[in-house]
Design a protein around this ligand. Structure first.
Ligand code: GLA
Length: 725
């Protein structure tokens, strides 16, 4: 068997090409040597057919062997990674190996986000497969980042035949496992309650979760983990699959008749029927795979590094993010320019770095049923130009930022009156409205051009240093008013390319701009967006207690630096819950910190506290952004206490965060067992001067004081004493 082996520092991934030219998957796991084809077994199985070329050998069946890029129509009846249809409606392909190449450096994908790396830090393997009958060629790309134990995958489909074919499914990555009892960890949710962790055993049959909302969605995240049943935070085997894509996707796990497992991810294949003419190429989004034997925390740390160092780009990849004040929960759509300037003035006094003017500054936008699409400044409402406000804000020493929602249009807008055919509406049907708005057809270049020109003219007119790019509804009524083949999947894929094109233009034109992604909070929180926007507003739910859960789930795949998180008012606007300012501050510090409330309603004591919070945040920012994040509790399981800790890479510094959730009479003492410390070193608590053994903090735990009241917070900064460092 011809072998293709990918090696990272701690993992090995091996494929094999058999005599018939089928690309088999042999092994993915801890470092292993040699030829692993001995893992394959072959038995004559009923109802598992044999490829014609196998002749009399009834022991070889594609229905049973592990495959690298399984196709429909090959006799494999599990869920395929690839399927095409010809113009007569015939489905299926028979992909056979043609050649493979090893190239230094990491490949990139035109128009789509991808992991990037210096040539010395990565290599690419390209495996070419071909289907003789249709002339279709598939190039499987593997990007190997040895130091991070990460392997990326994507595929290019090329039509080298002379007939148009239709791609019905083209997965980004697929992994077959010969044995094992696995759990699936995935992240489900809803608007204002995103990314709840759910851990379930695999069943026989298929478990899948997906988005058909046009965005990656609040409901499911394009990231999941396959773990051994006994895998914990600290120990055990686990595989991560993360899609770098912000539109319709699917993730699948399937346990077959022989208890074998297949997992895969890629574009949603439902209603996907992408026409590919002779000579044309199609690119799948990229998936990033990570394997570790070291448990879920280690898996998270590897993804955090991968995203921080090889996905996020630009000045703010490493640069400190400004502490911001956003006016949304302070004013909603009702404000004047002078009010905004006043919010800025007050925020500057407290040490805030940037003011963000949210929704409502453009077109006719006093309510949410008008104005979207009209990206010119409403000078009447603002009492002057945007420059006047930006200059006033800059005058206080702060930066100025702006909210936009480029993909949307209200029917009550000049844009819609002029170009009704730019919105997704199916002829003869009345569209679904979401938040009173329709979706612009970003699969059309002229639409993206127009919106980009309008928005960049606004940015050019004032000193705008930050953009919050929002997207506030799910997409349906997909119909592109251009001549040609109307296929939902094609338009939705090209829509996402249009969004990426818009973002890429923004980045190229304003390289120093900080862009925050947003979709009704965390409805498009994915690694695809993080290629353009270093941070994403994590949720419209700003309740500190709910945020603990949302941020916990988010942390499995995404780094803290990606998490947009603000201190808001009490009672909270989404839940009515009252929490102390300190608690809100500590929770918001597990992210890109900011405020989103009416500062004029704060008491003098609260203002003094805000000043201290900002100072603390700035002191710990480096540790929070670049340190390792350890989850110290499980929401739902640990009901009394929530806790998490940031530990510097050299383990000399740690910031422990604890929030009490539930309170009881005669409360037992709770101990938070820390993780990631150096067990052999003593740690000094900055505020009390107490010395703690690293080992005792980890194996006995930090005692949480018993106090009256719920939602109390402790933030404990610990450093290894200089002389023992
Ligand atoms: C979305 C965002 C909010 C805010 C509003 C404005 O819901 O998530 O933060 O910007 O839109 O309309």
């Amino acid at each position: 068997m011809r072998l293709i082996t990918l090696q990272t520092q701690h993992t090995t991934y091996q494929m094999g090409v058999n005599d018939l030219g089928f690309l088999l998957h042999l092994y993915y796991g801890p470092k292993a040597d040699g030829d692993m084809s001995w893992l394959l077994t072959g038995y004559d199985r009923g109802f598992s057919g044999n490829p014609y070329d196998a002749g009399d050998d009834r022991t070889f069946s594609l229905d049973v062997v592990p495959l690298e890029y399984p196709c429909y129509g090959s006799g494999d009846f599990r869920s395929p990674a690839f399927n095409i249809r010809n113009s007569r409606g015939v489905f299926g392909a028979d992909l056979r190996f043609r050649q493979y190449d090893v190239i230094s450096g990491k490949y990139s994908i035109p128009g789509l986000p991808n992991v990037y790396a210096d040539d010395k830090d990565a290599y690419t393997v390209e495996v070419v497969l071909a289907d003789k009958a249709s002339g279709v060629e598939v190039v499987l790309k593997y990007g190997v980042l040895p130091k991070l134990d990460a392997i990326t995958r994507s595929a290019v489909v090329r039509n080298r035949g002379n007939q148009t074919i239709y791609i019905d499914k083209a997965g980004s990555a697929c992994l077959d496992f010969l044995s094992g009892d696995y759990d699936l960890l995935h992240f489900y949710g809803r608007h204002a309650m995103e990314r709840n962790l759910e851990r379930v055993p695999l069943i026989h049959g298929r478990q899948d979760f997906s988005s058909r909302r046009g965005t990656s969605s609040h409901q499911h995240n394009p990231f999941f983990i396959l773990a051994d049943r006994e895998t914990t935070e600290d120990y055990g085997s686990c595989y991560g699959m993360m899609l770098l894509y912000s539109g319709n996707f699917s993730c699948e796990a399937e346990r077959d008749q022989f208890h074998q497992t297949r997992i895969q991810t890629g574009l949603l294949d439902e209603m996907f029927d992408y026409p590919l003419g002779p000579g044309e190429e199609f690119y799948t989004p990229e998936a990033a795979l990570v394997y570790t034997q070291g448990g879920l925390t280690e898996l998270s740390h590897k993804y955090h590094r991968l995203i921080r160092e090889h996905v996020v780009r630009g000045k703010y990849k490493t640069g400190k993010r400004p502490v911001l004040i956003n006016n949304w929960e302070a004013t909603y759509l009702e404000f004047t320019g002078d009010q905004i300037i006043e919010i800025g003035r007050q925020a500057a006094e407290l040490g805030v770095d940037m003011l963000v003017l949210d929704d409502g500054w453009f077109g006719k936008r006093d309510t949410d049923d008008s104005g979207l699409g009209d990206w010119y400044v409403n000078e009447e409402k603002l009492g002057g130009s945007l420059k006047r406000i930006a200059d006033a804000v800059n005058g206080t020493g702060m930066k100025f930022g702006l909210w936009i929602e480029p993909e949307m249009v209200n029917e009550d807008s000049d844009l819609y009156r002029e170009h009704p055919d730019w919105a997704y509406v199916i002829p003869g049907r009345r569209p679904v409205r979401g938040r009173n708005q329709l979706v612009l057809d970003f699969s059309r270049k002229e639409v993206v051009d127009h919106i980009f020109e309008q928005i960049s003219a606004v940015i050019d007119g004032a000193n705008v240093e930050y953009i919050k790019m929002d997207m506030n509804r799910s997409i349906c009524d997909v119909f592109s008013a251009v001549e040609g083949f109307q296929n939902y999947g094609k338009i939705m894929y090209e829509y996402v390319l249009g969004v990426y094109d818009f973002l890429e233009r923004l980045i190229q034109r304003y390289p120093d701009m900080l862009i925050e992604g947003c979709s009704g909070g965390g409805g498009r929180f994915d690694a695809g967006m993080l290629y353009y926007t270093p941070q994403i507003w994590c949720s419209d739910n700003t309740d500190a207690i709910e945020r603990i859960r949302i941020q916990h789930g988010t942390s499995f795949g995404y780094p803290i630096s990606a998490v947009g998180s603000h201190v808001s008012a009490a009672p909270n606007h989404q839940t009515g819950r009252v929490t102390e300012l300190k608690t809100r501050g500590v929770v918001a510090m597990a992210g890109s910190f900011g405020y989103e409330l009416d500062l004029s309603l704060l008491t003098e004591e609260e203002k003094a506290e805000v000043k201290e919070q900002i100072k603390d945040y700035k002191k710990y920012q480096e540790l929070i952004y670049t340190g390792d994040y350890y989850r110290l509790h499980t929401p739902g399981k640990d009901t009394e206490i929530a806790a998490w800790v940031f530990v510097s890479q050299d383990r000399s510094e740690a910031l422990l965060n604890i929030v009490s959730l539930d309170t009881h009479g005669n409360e037992p003492a709770n101990y938070v067992r820390m993780r990631g410390l150096d067990p052999e070193k003593p740690y000094l608590c900055e505020s009390t001067g107490k010395i703690y053994s690293g080992a005792a903090l980890m194996y006995a735990g930090y005692p949480v004081p018993v106090v009256m009241g719920e939602y109390k917070t402790w933030q404990v900064h610990l450093t290894i004493e200089k002389e023992s460092a």
